[in-house]
Design a protein around this ligand. Structure first.
Ligand SMILES: CC[C@H](C(=O)O)C(=O)SCCNC(=O)CCNC(=O)[C@H](O)C(C)(C)COP(=O)(O)OP(=O)(O)OC[C@H]1O[C@@H](n2cnc3c(N)ncnc32)[C@H](O)[C@@H]1OP(=O)(O)O
Ligand SMILES: [Co+2]
Length: 138
């Protein structure tokens, strides 16, 4: 089951400048920076009540963020939904014909297990599913 929009991912060339601008815009500071080596990204999170913004900078040229910015420029990169059971939701979406970008849930930022749905399945929007690791059945 999808619960809510967990975060909106925004690709930026430089995290420091992105943080300065979003701090000015939102009126709150980033609450954490986190590098996800497996995704070749460095992230910075802002939270306004239940809504989070995730700024993403590539940490190498092979990063999906680097390719995205090369192709489309800086801007909204993905929408992440919190789900109650990422394994079950991946199965359901696969059966519904959505193209998943990873076979199994993978470790994301901010203590989450994540999976991505190919934008070609979703009218051009990269969708991320995420489940808080503390809510995952052992
Ligand atoms: C996990 C840590 C953190 C978290 O929240 O926990 C993150 O969110 S990390 C975010 C970065 N990681 C990912 O995005 C992983 C999933 N993404 C991918 O596997 C690729 O980026 C993929 C498959 C979406 C695109 O791969 P690539 O750029 O190598 O391929 P193409 O350039 O050929 O793109 C194919 C097609 O998709 C369009 N595209 C690419 N990225 C996006 C996007 N973010 N939103 C919408 N559309 C996108 C691209 O323009 C191509 O379309 P076409 O019409 O063929 O030009
Ligand atoms: Co994300």
């Amino acid at each position: 089951m999808f619960i809510n929009v967990e975060h909106i991912g925004i690709a930026v060339k430089d995290l420091g400048s992105g943080e300065a601008l979003y701090e000015k815009l939102l009126g709150v500071a980033s609450y954490k920076r986190e590098t996800v080596e497996s995704e070749s990204v460095m992230t910075s999170f802002f939270q306004i009540n239940e809504t989070k913004i995730e700024l993403l900078q590539a940490i190498d040229t092979d990063s999906p963020i680097a390719r995205f910015i090369d192709k489309k420029g800086e801007g909204i990169h993905h929408i992440a939904f919190e789900v109650n059971d990422i394994g079950a939701e991946m199965e359901r979406l696969k059966n519904e014909g959505f193209v998943l970008l990873n076979e199994k849930p993978k470790i994301g930022a901010d203590h989450k297990l994540v999976c991505f749905v190919h934008p070609k399945s979703t009218y051009g929007v990269l969708i991320e599913l995420c489940q808080d690791i503390k809510n995952v059945e052992p």
